[in-house]
Design a protein around this ligand. Structure first.
Ligand SMILES: Cc1cc2nc3c(=O)[nH]c(=O)nc-3n(C[C@H](O)[C@H](O)[C@H](O)COP(=O)(O)OP(=O)(O)OC[C@H]3O[C@@H](n4cnc5c(N)ncnc54)[C@H](O)[C@@H]3O)c2cc1C
Length: 338
């Protein structure tokens, strides 16, 4: 392990904010977390696990210990006629893993291409994009429990995956350290192309029977054209979750906004794109000082260079208030605010 005191987190959050933490520990082997926990009594000490910080907004210095996994091996556990089972350590770059599996013509995570972050963080909010979610490929999540001081493993069902949510973002938040995930990838994949403009883009490219590689490339291109790269403009992807409302609330909204887009998500539940609500409220491309919404995707709040965490948070709260007043909908942050 490597320990750094009074460490800048500028390169460990994709908003690019220059806040410090009291100590930063690079964990080089999963087993080290056991002695780190003994040494620093993490269940009693303020701490935070950080991957690439692509889903975190810091609003101040972090007066505690930040733990960052660098162990990043992955290996095949087993295979059968239909699936190949991989165990992936927490520090593995997620996008690299997607590209690896696509290169082997394995299916299940190809639509999750270009999502920043590390594999250990992927189950936390059940990452999802273009009709795929990690919950559909997760078999097991291995983690260290700071209170019980032991390694544990959860089967998929125990993770309570939901839309941008899991037990790790709720009851177990800050109580565990995910050390690896086990995923199953399809050997004879059927690409998922029904979401967004994937089908149209495949058609435009003249691809009739797309492989996982084709779908992955198309989605990577769509994302590149639509989303700002954190290397160029600080951001944490979608700032808010898409709100889910009841049928009756939706019917009420439809009377005032007949063009409101929606997805049915359950018997009595409707998901409304937060981007549409933000755009309708006049916030698309809006700039305020050092902060704004991205001109091509209003769900993304960007740091134009010198914003503070609180400036970003105030701007996000302004959007929330406007949407509540206009639509009676309370937006929930997808980004973890610290
Ligand atoms: C440009 C951009 C596009 C994005 N697109 C998408 C998208 O399409 N879909 C999507 O779902 N998300 C998207 N995101 C959000 C983000 O990339 C994901 O949530 C990603 O999984 C976060 O990974 P990370 O390593 O950066 O985690 P961090 O931001 O470092 O951490 C996120 C949370 O997980 C906890 N955590 C991290 N690692 C561990 C661990 N090993 N054990 C326990 N807790 C841990 C942290 O404490 C924190 O609460 C996007 C972000 C950006 C910047």
């Amino acid at each position: 392990m490597k320990i750094f005191n009074d460490f800048s987190l500028k390169h460990y959050n994709t908003f690019g904010l220059n806040y410090n933490c009291a100590a930063f520990i690079e964990v080089e082997f999963a087993e080290e977390i056991y002695s780190i926990n003994k040494m620093f009594e993490l269940s009693e000490t303020e701490h935070l696990i950080i991957g690439q910080g692509s889903n975190i907004l810091f609003t101040k210095d972090f007066d505690g210990i930040v733990i960052h996994p660098t162990f990043n091996n992955f290996s095949m556990k087993s295979q059968d006629n239909n699936f190949l089972y991989l165990e992936v350590e927490a520090g593995k770059n997620w996008d690299e893993l997607v590209r690896y599996s696509v290169g082997k013509n394995l299916g299940g995570i190809e639509n999750l291409v270009s999502i920043p972050g590390l594999a250990g963080a992927a189950p936390i909010q059940n990452i999802g994009a273009y009709g795929q979610e990690i919950k559909d490929v997760i078999e097991f999540v291995h983690f260290f429990d700071f209170n019980d001081n032991i390694f544990k493993v959860f089967h998929n069902r125990q993770c309570r995956f939901d839309y941008r949510n899991s037990i790790f973002k709720q009851e177990l938040k800050n109580k565990i350290f995910i050390t690896s995930i086990e995923i199953k990838l399809k050997k004879n994949p059927t690409p998922v192309i029904d979401y967004g403009n994937v089908k149209d883009e495949l058609f435009k490219s003249g691809i009739k029977n797309p492989s996982v590689n084709d779908v992955c490339n198309i989605i990577a291109n769509i994302r590149e054209n639509k989303l700002p790269s954190p290397k160029e403009i600080g951001n944490a992807g979608s700032f808010f979750k898409n709100p889910i409302v009841s049928n009756s609330k939706f019917e009420e909204l439809k009377k005032s906004y007949p063009d409101i887009p929606f997805f049915e998500v359950g018997e009595n539940q409707i998901k409304i794109p937060a981007a549409w609500l933000i755009e309708k409220s006049g916030f698309k491309g809006k700039v305020k000082g050092n902060v704004g919404t991205y001109h091509k995707q209003p769900l993304v709040i960007v740091n134009f260079g010198n914003a503070s965490g609180n400036e970003i948070l105030d701007f996000a709260n302004e959007i929330k208030t406007k949407i509540f007043v206009e639509f009676g909908i309370e937006l929930e942050s997808e980004v973890n605010i610290l």
